[in-house]
Structure formats: C-alpha cells, structure tokens
Ligand binder design. Structure first.
Ligand code: DQA
Length: 139
C-alpha cells in the first residue's frame, strides 16, 4: 500500500514555528514517527513551498492508493490546488496540525474541504495519524 503525504508551505520550518499551534516536532521527526507507526505502509513524503509544484505532484498521484495533504496556507487561498484535488480520483484527506477553525478569520476559509473525503485537524501529529487510519480503512 502506497500513500503520498504532501506538506505545503512553511511546514519545512516545523520545530521553529509556534509550538502552541504546531507542536515541537520537526517535519523529519514527524515523518519518522509516521513510518514507525505504520510499518506495512510505503510512504512518499513530499514538501514544497511552491503552489505549482504541489499541483504537479497532485496531478501525478494516481499511482498511490491514498493522498494525505496539509496544504498549509494554501488551504485558505488556492483555487488551483482545490481544482487539482478535485480531479484526483483516489482516497484523499486534508489534515492540519492546529485547530485552524478557531484561529484568525482568514483561516476559516477552507477551499479544500469539499474536494477531499475528510478533514482532520487540531491534534498536531495525531491529525496525521487519524488521516492515515481513515485512508487505510478506505483502501
Ligand atoms: C496549518 C494551518 C494553516 O492555517 C497554516 O497556514 C499552516 C499550517 C496547520 O497544519 O495547522 O501553515 O495547515
């Protein structure tokens, strides 16, 4: 089973970002915890700060059995990432480390939620685990 995990802009800076919202783990530490928790799943981890690169990755994700994306700030702004996700016909979830709906008003706009199967948020790395569990249940 192959699952693609896409992390969007500034998630390469985890560990230096607001720990109350995002926790203390770096992205590498988070990825390692995911690998350790699901030894039978093959993960590809992809991080980019560029909208077009994320769209290219989504457009070529048909060979995975599931997609988990944290589009980060693009969640609230990117019609184009939304459109790419809408085309992709595999199980897909959107995740967030923080409870983005309880933060600033501009974060309450979520352009992605309607084109994924489910959204998991507010539980730091647990949001990712919940998303992966959901994908496994769909595969
Ligand atoms: C985030 C929430 C977004 O609003 C923010 O821009 C991020 C991270 C989260 O994981 O909580 O970069 O997606």
């Amino acid at each position: 089973m192959k699952i693609l995990i896409i992390n969007g802009p500034n998630l390469n800076m985890l560990g230096k970002r607001d720990k109350n919202h995002y926790g203390v783990l770096t992205l590498d530490e988070m990825n390692q915890k995911i690998i350790n928790k699901y030894p039978s799943v093959k993960f590809q981890f992809y991080q980019s700060n560029c909208e077009g690169d994320i769209i290219d990755k989504i457009q070529t994700a048909n060979n995975y059995q599931g997609l988990l994306i944290n589009a980060a700030g693009y969640t609230h702004t990117s019609v184009s990432i939304r459109d790419a996700l809408e085309i992709l016909d595999i199980p897909k979830v959107s995740v967030h480390l923080s409870n983005y709906l309880a933060r600033e008003d501009f974060r309450k706009v979520d352009l992605i939620k309607d084109v994924v199967d489910k959204v998991f948020f507010g539980k730091k790395i647990e949001s990712y685990f919940e998303g992966i569990d959901f994908l496994i249940s769909k595969i």
